[in-house]
Design a protein. Sequence first.
Length: 1218
Amino acid sequence: MFKKVINSSEIDNATIYLYFPILPIYKICVSSHLPSELIIVLGYKKPLEREDLFELNESDSSYVVCPIFEKQWRKEVLRNQERQKVKASFHKEAHARKPSLVYALWNTFKFVLIQVALFKVFADILSFTSPLIMKQMIIFFEHRPDFGWSGYGYALALFVVVFLQTLILQQYQRFNMLTSAKIKTAVIGLIYKKALLLSNVSRKRFSTGEVINLMSADAQQLMDLTANLNLLWSAPFQILMAVSLLWQELGPAVLAGVAVLVFVIPINALVATRVKKLKVRKRQPRVTCVKQKLSFLTGILKLYAWEPSYKKKIIEIREQELEVQKLSGYLAVFSMLTLTCIPFLVSLATFGIYFLLDEGNILTATKVFTSMSLFNILRLPLFDLPMVISAVVQTRISLDRLEDFLNTEELHPQNIETNYVGGQHFHSIQYLFDFQIPEGALVAVVGQVGSGKSSVLSAILGEMEKLTGVVQRKGSVAYVAQQAWIQNCILQENVLFGSIMQKQFYERVLEACALLPDLEQLPNGDQTEIGERGVNISGGQKHRVSLARAVYSGADIYLLDDPFAAVDVHIGKQLFEKVIGPSGILKNKTRILVTHNLTLLPQMDLIVVMETGRVAHMGTYQELLSKTRNLTNLLQAFSEQEKGETMKNKPTMLCVKFSVILKYLQAFGWLWVWLSLAAYLGQNLVGIGQNLWLSAWVKEAKHMSEFTEWEQIRSNKLNIYGLLGLMQGKKKKKKAYILTRGSLAASRTLHTQLLDNVLHLPLRFFETNPIGQIISRFTKVSRATPFLVIAGALPLFILGVIPLVFLYFTIQRYYVASSRQIRRLAGASRSPIISHFSETLSGVSTIRAFGHEQRFIQQNREVVNENLVCFYNNVISNRWLSVRLEFLGNLMVFFAALLAVLAANSIESAIVGLSISYALNITQSLNFWVRKACEIETNAVSIERVCEYENMDKEAPWIMSKRPPSQWPDKGIVEFINYQARYRDDLGLALQDITFQTHGEEKIGIVGRTGAGKSTLSNCLFRIVERSGGKIIIDGIDISTIGLHDLRGKLNIIPQDPVLFSGTLQMNLDPLDKYSDSELWEVLELCHLKEFVQSLPKKLLHEISEGGENLSVGQRQLVCLARALLRKTKILILDEATASIDFETDNLVQTTIRKEFSDCTILTIAHRLHSIIDSDRVLVLDSGRITEFETPQNLICQKGLFFQMLTEAGITQDSVTK
């Protein structure tokens, strides 16, 4: 790192020479100064890249921190178990205490926490030294001695003290922030590891949104408290020190100030506690809001034109959050008023009692300005203490949530057992499995929807809660889930899944899984980034990649959950022959196949028939065929379905731009902007007036010739001083109120704009951008006067300050250029953490089945470590800024003291005290302004994101001026004319010269090989994919001339992947609350779900877990069918709608569709050819072109591609033409 930067041609020697010598002493004292300086200078010269950042020490990285903390957590769990055993031996009903996360954290980080605390002790002690040195200087001025070299000695001592305080404080801040970040990293690592081990029941308790909130909000809360943890003892220590020194100045009168503190601080503590309770209330809307946002990232909202309704729901939830935030803000205004007035109230009470105790007491410059300096020191601990106490309360809540999650039930793979419960959280379904599978056997698991087929595989994997029994398995396991899980990486990495590349075997696997033709179509072959959730490839391709991953793993046992459901018959036949079947790659492996394809059963070594969660029958094909009726019934249902369908040939139916800042100010509201500026200016003017009045008061008291004269003006001076203080408090209250109102307005406006922009983005945006990045954008959107006093007192001070001010702004320029880039890198590094979390949670069963938990834990550590590196570089860049700003402030203190010594014979001691006390405070003021200027620019990145989404290509308008008739479409005639489409400009045509026309109420079957363009055709109908040429006309209207919602609202679809949302079953069926309960029960009966729903404890109010995980895939598909029946329109698209259900249920569903949609035009995309045999016509696609379009009988006579597909599916010509 050092060598690279030093040799970089981007940094010239003059720049290094100019800025490195600023702090030569600091270079000696702080070894970490050089890296930060190099990064800042490099960032000013060129855009920073990841490789430019300073790497962490190995001991600070997540690779070291996470394992150590996990080890301490395991020890704490074991210690807790021992404690519970001891308690249980004495008390039979002993209350079970959970393992403490705090103890584990303390045992991991105690030494570095103690080191940080020592730095804070020394810094606090030094902060009280400078007022004492100032006191000695004022004493010298009051007595007007011959200073000699003493005055210069005091000036130098003052500089040395404040400079040492700067060095120690910066070291404290660096170690403190790094330690807090390491604690957050350790907790995130533990949460991630726990998420990989959760049992099935535990996974239902914690949705993806809730786990992400634990990882982000609660872990962040823990980090924030750690950063301020030392204030718990430091604030009382500083208060005690300040009060002790004030006693020396003002005697017992200081107890009046203490009394004010004792009265005010508990009030603020109560206010802070109330604010934290409101934040707890705000968390539930936040979690709900995240869940809703995760929902709109699915395509179903666009297909059903539900965006406005979901936008309304999200805004309602957001308003609940803002309402709580507003109450918190108003409480904060009250807290701000009291806290900012505390120093003034303390000084007023103290001075007033000081006079009352003894009428002879006179305020001298020594007492006043020493006391005022101590009161200023007192301000921060008084402000921080209630906040850190309330932070402890809030962190306790976060710790409870974290401990609750970390102590939930885990899987126990060492005891995989056979009597299982599918889910206790909502509705318990017991499964009883009892069978033995010989090594190397090919086993089929068959049964109706919900019979427990997938549960058999879950039980073998140990994914279900055990009741009794045990499963013994020999060898490693590979798993192909029913819903294919794809990682957000290149296709090759998805297949290798962490294994070493063996080129010959790899190519053999790709060929067997029928992926080689697909690689030719992908822009970069197997190096193509296939995107989060694999959405850049078709459903069939996703399943084949998932299968290829399993095959390449070389496992001993293969668990295959309906891998043929999403592929056409030809591909399915190839996969069985070359991969799964008796002559496939896996012929010597143990294969357990859940399938609805009953034509494969004769080739099975063993068949398991499931019925209502139990193994009803088990044996070979011939045994079951001769001895049981169950298999015969299944086959008969399939046979009758074919016969019935053929009899009915025709059924009846970055430098941040000023425009970015301007956008925020507009969202803030110009009225609030000007009012806040006026309030801030008024607050500071009154504050200066108060201190000038106090200075004049002291000066007059010094020249009073008689005590009676002083006694007459004392009350008047004290009253005016109090009045000015109250005015300042009122101004501060107004400013806080104005900022609260304006920030709420800005938050509401920016969130609404971002939401509106995101909802108008095309579906391909969500398919090519990680969820974590999008959610992260939402969470981000939801955060000179003192010179006049010193110059008036010491005109020569301006000569020293002018070059220092120039250096201030030069430093700011360098810092902002680099800090902004580091923060952007840090922001970019946060999204992969959330994305990796989401990706892992959705594919946890696959990860566990392959035994790749450690590899994914290591990947999580990598992405977390990247964020930690960026955070640390941000910390050291902040330290770079702080040490320079404070050093320049230290120089100002030195100049003020030095110039006071030089002008010793011409100025009053009161002016000396005022100027030095302001010089001591000016560093804080200048730091504040420079930091706020930097924060405005760096934090404006979040607003830039809003602008980015605003400027992205949007979908066509939802509603246009030209609107179709209210009854459109009334015939259901769909016409494609020379239609062409591509997914992106850099890709080839997905559809080429598509021309065909349907008749009204016609039933069209659409078939073709995987990737032929079937789903693309339906996407074009909904304008998910816009045309590259040609047009689509529905009932005489070109769909490109009307709004998207006018189009999509009149179409109906049952999508290939069943999408359910986290919420009640009723909400999933009718999210817009348009239908009555009786109508919902009617469609459930039509979909053969009524009996199942009636068996649920809460029936329609049954809670669906995230993604519908507490329902089988077949049941999810039936819920989607019920949703479509409610939304009955003239045109229906079935996109592999029955691929995940058994043949018997498929037969019933097909019958329902033919009956309920008899007067509609139906376009059926199917891999199961029997489902479209009774279509009026069949459209055959190949490589994005129409190759055949005729009645099924005519296509069979032509003996083309359709005939070939029928032959491969085992459907004979006689059975079709009967």
